[in-house]
Design a binder for this molecule. Structure first.
Ligand code: SF4
Length: 241
């Protein structure tokens, strides 16, 4: 099975527990206004077999003893068959597997796809789920897509008892509003599989990429969020849980 890779990170410390080998896959159906990796959006990427990716990691396997393998993107679920093969091979070697996803391709009504999700979750130790916005209208405004299936995916992971870390980017004027943060807290309150909630303050480190790709950066006027506000956002979410 061939996967299309954007890049690798051999010393990932923010993409799951411990030190991780991180594979960023190419392609994403979402268009988050704050995305700092717009260079992953389109097709293309470098072809790798699942075996070749794993060999690249296992050359230094001892290095990842406290961590494991994370697949991120782009949106890794676009290449779900490749993911299943890669994680299956990793589990055979006892490697901890983590999927960093927006959940954008989840469709509970598609039996064939659901079967693939079930196969993937059998070999996935942790899902880091990016919840972009709790409000449907705002979700569409922020990402260009509905968020309903993403919330369904969170419920599905809960039902399947798959450990989950929730990630949420706090953006002034978009997600940084008490009403939205409380709604998110109330939603998360229903889930018992949450290991951690990670609040990510909005930053503009990817802005230059938009310019070089010829894309319009719509958040040029939006200020980056400071740590104090990120802490406050976290407290608001927790207070509603
Ligand atoms: S889902 Fe991730 S990669 Fe895709 S546009 Fe959003 S932030 Fe970027």
């Amino acid at each position: 099975m061939t996967g299309y890779v954007h890049s690798f990170e051999t010393f990932g410390t923010v993409d799951g527990p411990g030190v991780r080998f991180v594979v960023f896959l190419q392609g994403c159906p979402m268009r988050c206004l704050y995305c700092h990796n717009p260079d992953t959006w389109s097709g293309g990427g470098t072809p790798y077999t699942a075996r070749a990716v794993l060999e690249k990691m296992t050359r230094n396997l001892a290095f990842y003893k406290t961590g494991g393998l994370t697949v991120s993107g782009g949106e890794p679920l676009l290449q779900i068959d490749f993911l299943i093969e890669l994680f299956t091979l990793a589990k055979k070697k006892g490697i901890h597997t983590c999927l960093d996803t927006s959940g954008a391709t989840f469709d509970g009504g598609n039996k064939e796809l659901l079967h693939k999700f079930d196969n993937l979750l059998k070999v996935c130790d942790l899902v880091m789920l990016d919840i972009k916005h709790i409000n449907e209208r705002q979700h569409i405004k922020l990402t260009g897509h509905s968020g309903k299936n993403i919330l369904d995916f969170a419920y599905y992971l809960n039902m399947k008892n798959v450990p989950m870390r929730v990630r949420h980017v706090i953006i002034p004027d978009y997600t940084y509003k008490t009403e939205y943060l409380r709604s998110l807290g109330k939603f998360l309150k229903n889930l018992s599989n949450i290991e951690k909630i990670e609040i990510l303050p909005f930053h503009k480190l990817g802005e230059h990429k938009y310019e070089s790709l010829g894309y319009d950066y719509k958040l040029a006027e939006t200020p980056a969020l400071d740590d104090e506000d990120a802490k406050n956002a976290y407290e608001i979410i927790k207070s509603a849980m």
